[in-house]
Design a protein around this ligand. Structure first.
Ligand code: SF4
Length: 335
């Protein structure tokens, strides 16, 4: 899909054409300009030629019957990115979007990290992932739509901050998809500059921190970026964010067997997390190589320790495996 030319192509048209085009692309989710019969034929042909709406993507057949469906989108330059549609029981739909091709942070537990960094995505390439799933839902004819967006796919969103926030604002715009800011979440490995910038935004996007360890030593071992941003600095920045925004912050914690899932780890985590508006999200791990997953009993015990010590905690049992550690596996298979 090439939308960068759209406004310039419509410059010479009457203003109401913008309204027709916006509705067709962002609300009716057309996949060809020929579907917009209210546009003159010559304009439809021009748009088809210069601003095609096709999105090249492949649904992962292994996931298409599941609650989470994964797709690999091929971009104009041939690079590919993963995106996931997470279907909830209440018929709400969350889209997990990638913000970069590959990732420079090389977390040991993540398939994306093994590719290295290829390039940043442009805002329209981030938006395109939401459009892809919106069209998918429309084709099902079940009257469902995309309700939530999580910036938790391939890449570190805060290392592509400008395009990430541009995409978020675009998706939030009532004239496009009108997805509420509170229905969007962004996850960072702890890039404090990005947390500070987000605190200064008017949009109330939810913030999540990929924590995954209860001390700097272990965190440095599994997340090389922890050498630059230690826990003290991250928590100081998060506390300032909370003071400024009054918003809750989610700390994500992948449960990896014999790595970070002992009772001792849980008690150490309690000391870090006993703060107002801090919340822990335990995520069952989907192994990508070096680590194994904690079993269900271990996760429940870990959760119990946090709860008994007054820490707000949830377990993401339904879709964590697809949208976190497993991100990058599909791209890896195709390559
Ligand atoms: S977990 Fe996130 S930050 Fe870490 S390598 Fe994977 S995509 Fe990058």
């Amino acid at each position: 899909m090439n939308l960068s030319k759209l406004s310039s192509l419509l410059q010479a048209e009457p203003k109401y054409r913008f309204v027709q085009v916006n509705k067709a692309v962002w609300q009716d989710f057309i996949s060809s300009w020929q579907e917009v019969s209210s546009l003159p034929k010559n304009l439809r042909e021009k748009l088809d030629a210069e601003c095609p709406l096709a999105i090249t993507a492949e649904i992962d057949k292994n996931t298409s019957k599941n609650k989470s469906v994964k797709a690999l989108i091929t971009l104009a330059d041939g690079e590919s990115i993963e995106t996931v549609l997470i279907r909830q029981k209440d018929k709400r739909n969350t889209v997990c979007v990638s913000s970069q091709v590959g990732c420079a942070l090389a977390c040991e537990f993540c398939a994306t990290g093994t590719f290295g960094f290829r390039r940043n995505l442009k805002a329209e390439e981030i938006v395109e992932q939401v459009i892809f799933w919106s069209r998918y839902l429309k084709a099902e004819k079940k009257n469902e739509k995309v309700d939530n967006i999580v910036f938790m796919g391939m890449g570190e969103p805060f290392l592509n901050y400008n395009e990430f926030i541009k995409a978020a604002k675009f998706l939030n715009n009532p004239e496009t998809l009108n997805i509420g800011a509170r229905r969007m979440s962004v996850s960072t490995a702890g890039i404090t500059e990005g947390i500070k910038k987000l605190a200064g935004e008017k949009m109330q996007i939810n913030l999540a921190i990929s924590l995954h360890a209860s001390n700097d030593n272990l965190r440095r071992d599994i997340m090389p970026i922890a050498q630059k941003y230690n826990l003290h600095e991250i928590f100081k920045t998060v506390d300032n964010y909370i003071t400024k925004t009054g918003r809750r912050v989610m700390f994500e914690y992948l449960m990896m067997k014999d790595v970070n899932d002992s009772d001792k780890d849980a008690l150490e985590l309690v000391k870090l997390m006993k703060k107002p508006l801090y919340m822990v999200n335990l995520i069952p791990y989907n192994p990508t190589g070096r680590f194994r997953a904690s079993n269900r009993e271990r996760i429940e015990k870990f959760k119990k320790i946090l709860e008994e010590n007054g820490v707000a905690v949830t377990v993401r049992l339904s879709f964590g495996a697809d949208i976190s550690a497993a991100c990058g596996q599909l791209r890896g298979r195709k390559k």
